[in-house]
Design a protein around this ligand. Structure first.
Ligand SMILES: Cc1cc2nc3c(=O)[nH]c(=O)nc-3n(C[C@H](O)[C@H](O)[C@H](O)COP(=O)(O)OP(=O)(O)OC[C@H]3O[C@@H](n4cnc5c(N)ncnc54)[C@H](O)[C@@H]3O)c2cc1C
Length: 291
């Protein structure tokens, strides 16, 4: 099937992109890497009257440290994030996750902002963004606002980005000494996750966990933090026994339905297994990163 007809513009500045959006309202759609939008156009699941191509806006592509945060422009290619030394140093979880996102050709085009704005419930990057407590910089003609990861993902393919707004940057607090791990089950390498688990641990010199974040993906409309699991670890020494108990604290009720590729029972069974593996990897990583 061919896309329905649409007009096309390729502005060179953020201001122009937002002006086009304001003129066309909800009939316009941004084009980032096109790895989700182009299939949606071809299948006529999206029928915008205007496509605003963001690929010529140079100020949307960067990876830099600023004020203790790793700042990644929304149009930065997933492949560039995967290859970045700065990301390896300050947010290696992003790279662990990106190795599971699609394939080299999709990562060469697909952007970090496109995946986060798209907010597919089975996507991996939203899981990492929540585990890293990223902040989302959103621009409109009214100015700039910053949304915390806890408030960004609002439903299936739904985020805090409102009509007239553009996601411009993702900011991640640097935690070079924390450890992280990511595990997923997918039908094939590079497919969307059936269930995924990210773990992020800060461990003091005496082995006590000072902060823990555990996030499950592909278990509902948005990625989900697991406070009961985190509470099992915080303030205590972390070892294999503690990790097993923490993983078993994931509530069975978290996964309420079958997914396209797996039953609810199977997903409920693998969620604690993936969590235990992600936490074990995070503990090992924290040991490497310890001050
Ligand atoms: C074969 C294949 C396998 C894939 N496998 C996976 C996988 O395993 N895991 C996974 O997570 N993804 C996977 N993807 C999807 C891929 O990660 C996409 O790159 C991603 O979903 C969208 O990013 P994009 O830059 O291509 O955005 P686009 O497709 O261009 O845009 C996606 C949506 O986001 C909006 N948008 C884009 N940028 C902005 C912005 N800055 N501000 C506001 N709105 C914006 C667009 O208007 C559109 O609605 C796969 C894709 C393919 C083709």
């Amino acid at each position: 099937m061919k896309p329905a007809p649409f007009d096309y513009v390729a502005p060179k500045t953020i201001e122009d992109a937002i002006a086009h959006l304001n003129r066309h309202g909800s009939d316009a759609r941004f084009l980032a890497g096109g790895q989700s939008l182009m299939p949606m156009l071809a299948l006529r699941l999206a029928r915008p009257t205007l496509v605003i191509d963001l690929n010529r806006i140079e100020t949307l592509s960067h990876i830099r440290m600023q004020g203790g945060e790793l700042c990644i422009g929304a149009m930065t290619r997933q492949g560039a994030v995967l290859d970045s030394n700065l990301v390896a140093q300050h947010a290696p979880l992003l790279q662990r996750v990106l190795r599971e996102v699609g394939h080299p050709p999709t990562r060469a085009r697909g952007t970090i902002g496109g995946s986060l704005a798209h907010a597919d419930p089975a996507a991996e990057l939203p899981v990492a963004a929540l585990a890293l407590q990223a902040r989302f910089v959103i621009r409109s003609s009214a100015g700039e606002r910053i949304v915390a990861a806890d408030d960004f993902f609002q439903g299936m393919f739904e985020t805090a980005i409102q009509p007239g707004e553009l996601l411009t940057e993702i900011r991640i607090p640097s935690a070079a000494t924390a450890g992280s791990g990511f595990e997923e089950i997918a039908l094939r390498k590079g497919d969307f996750a059936i269930v995924s688990a990210a773990a992020w641990l800060a461990i003091a010199k005496d082995g006590t966990c000072t902060s823990a974040r555990v996030v499950l993906g592909s278990v509902g409309p948005t990625p989900v933090r697991c406070p009961a699991t985190e509470a099992h670890l915080i303030g205590k020494p972390v070892n294999a026994v503690a990790i097993s108990a923490a993983a078993e604290a994931i509530p069975e009720t978290l996964i309420e339905s079958d997914s396209l590729n797996a039953s609810r029972a199977y997903r409920r069974r693998i969620a604690p297994v993936l969590t235990r593996r992600a936490l074990t990897a995070a503990l090992k990583d924290a040991g490497k990163a310890a001050p």
